[in-house]
Design a protein around this ligand. Structure first.
Ligand code: FAD
Ligand code: SF4
Length: 511
């Protein structure tokens, strides 16, 4: 054998760079379902099912193309527990002259595979992942050019728009503005999203997925999350259908409602395309092209189209750049010196705080929550409570079907927990319960009152918000974006400060 092409669970594209020059007469593909990838973090059942079923569908597509495939199934008793272990054994049996791999999405996996290649004395041909607009080297160059001025997503995003000519009119941004945030981000009226809220396509499990679901229940039944409503796109054809339905039906109102929450409505106007993008069933190029075309033909308002494109061309690329330029040290950062344990009810949703109960219950049911639920509910509470960032990272990497470390880690550690001290975000995403009250009706059905910071009905999010400001005032004093909250804090009487601290401590450690 000449080349053994390694395909990981998030590399499910027949056109991936690892296949460039593939010759079925002398090369073969290697894929392995190993238990270790579901247990190194306590992966939720929906996330495991997403990856395994995606891999099995991709294996079928590979076989159809006639590419020889060595596939290790999880339920084959001969399959080893870890990726490196399995590869080592298969190299000894298959004796390839070289290993070929598209850049993986996880630093740990890259190190493990490099280790196996070097032990075996084999060259590892590591190829660029074409499923991004920017390579890690290009991002590093951008970061170096901003030296001294700090990294900020907005500047990176504008450069991307100009470089790639996306939503541009000559050298000017389409519509005269780079950013339409002020037109976006409304809450729903008290009547809610209404009966005409378009529901995204859901894909009933086929025989392959039903087999995977049974296997996951059998092997990982004690892992969090449920599989009874599992209906994610798992093939390229399904992912394209999901993209088309999103652009036609939900993208027009994506912008206005991108920060809104409504109980019992997990999908709203969001794309639900992150898992398909991260598993490489879709390319960001085709997603951005579809959104841009809809803006140009007038079927999608510019504010919505720009807001959506910014998430992909801006945030998604930016977090990947942060990951590959900062790892491995990034995972250990803890700038706010936070050491509380993650509350055990993050794994069950069993809490009397309505916002957290709603977001976590939905997460466990679907393996999905939209950005504001992740950032301004589960992430916000962990930040304010002072949970150790590594434990928060473990939870986010476990529970979402779209979780791959390159995207999950900077979002969790940097954006949501401010553990990188401001590399990702210009200030901590700290807010009181009144933010949640503005963006959703959740507080109306909660036993707590979002405007109250102390007393028996005080909202824990609000109490913890003031406690957060008290605990970190000195550390955040030099940050101009924190001036407003810190001025409000300065007006808080001493006696009230003590009450806040006592109530926050009692909330952390109930007697
Ligand atoms: P939409 O809201 O419809 O957005 C469209 C697309 O933009 C998404 O599909 C996604 O590809 C991209 N996108 C939007 N925001 C971001 C962002 N901040 N970073 C990267 N891409 C973005 N996203 C993941 O893909 N995997 C993760 O593991 C993940 N973990 C997160 C953890 C935390 C704490 C936070 C705050 C955010 C996380 N995100 C993650 C980003 C974002 O929340 C999800 O991409 C989004 O909710 C996915 O749902 P959607 O496809 O409906 O997205
Ligand atoms: Fe959440 Fe506080 Fe609102 Fe209850 S009152 S839903 S805890 S923000």
């Amino acid at each position: 054998m000449r080349d053994l092409v390694l395909v990981l669970g998030d590399q499910l594209d027949l056109g991936a760079s690892a296949f460039d020059g593939f010759d079925a007469a002398q090369d073969a593909v290697w894929m392995a379902e190993v238990a270790g990838e579901s247990t190194h973090t306590w992966s939720s059942q929906p996330r495991i099912a997403m990856f395994l079923s995606g891999m099995r569908h991709f294996a079928a597509a590979l076989r159809e193309t006639g590419r020889p495939l060595h596939y290790r199934a999880l339920d084959d008793p001969a399959t080893r527990g870890g990726l490196a272990e399995q590869l080592r054994e298969d190299i000894a049996r298959l004796r390839p002259r070289r290993l070929v791999l598209t850049q993986p999405g996880d630093w740990r996996v890259l190190q493990a595979l490099r280790g196996v290649a070097s032990e075996a004395g084999l060259a590892l041909d590591l190829r660029e992942d074409r499923h991004f607009f920017t390579t890690p080297a290009e991002f590093a160059a951008h970061a170096a050019a901003r030296d001294g001025r700090g990294l900020r997503m907005e500047f990176f995003y504008r450069e991307q728009r100009e470089r790639l000519g996306i939503l541009m009119e000559g050298s000017r941004p389409l519509g005269g503005r780079w950013n339409f945030d002020t037109d976006n981000r409304h809450a729903f009226t008290p009547d809610g999203p209404g009966f005409d809220l378009p529901q995204p396509p859901r894909f009933a499990p086929d025989a392959v997925t039903r087999g995977v679901i049974a296997l996951v229940r059998e092997r990982f039944g004690s892992h969090p999350g449920r599989l009874d409503s599992f209906a994610w796109p798992l093939t390229r054809a399904q992912a394209l259908k999901a993209l088309d339905a999103f652009v036609t039906e939900r993208l027009p109102l994506f912008g206005p409602y991108q920060d809104a929450m409504w109980p019992g409505e997990p999908w709203l106007y969001h794309a639900q395309l992150s898992a398909a993008l991260n598993l490489k069933l879709l390319t960001p190029h085709e997603v951005v092209a579809a959104a841009q075309a809809a803006v140009r033909t007038g079927s999608v308002p510019l504010a919505s189209g720009e807001g959506f494109i910014r998430q992909i061309l801006g945030w998604r690329e930016y977090v990947r750049g942060i990951y590959w330029t900062q790892m491995p040290g990034y995972a250990a950062l803890n700038a706010l010196d936070a050491h509380e344990p993650l509350p055990p009810w993050y794994w069950t949703g069993d809490t009397d705080m309505a916002c957290l109960r709603d977001a976590i219950t939905q997460t466990l049911a679907h393996g999905y929550a939209h950005h504001i639920q992740r950032l301004m509910v589960t992430g916000l509470y962990a930040l304010l409570l002072g949970v150790e960032p590594a434990q928060v990272h473990g939870w986010y990497l476990s529970v979402y079907v779209d979780a791959v470390e390159w995207v999950e880690l900077p979002n969790t550690l940097g954006m949501s927990q401010y553990a990188d001290g401001g590399l990702m975000a210009s200030k901590p995403y700290a807010a009181s319960g009144q933010y949640i009250a503005r963006q959703s009706p959740l507080c109306r059905s909660c036993r707590y009152r979002p405007a109250e910071r102390t007393g028996p009905d005080a909202c824990p999010v609000t109490t913890l918000y003031w406690d957060f400001l008290l605990r970190h005032a000195a550390r955040l004093a030099a940050n101009p974006r924190m001036a407003g909250p810190l001025q409000q804090l300065a007006r808080l009487p001493q006696a009230e400060r003590q009450l806040v601290r006592a109530q926050a401590d009692a909330h952390r450690r109930p007697s």
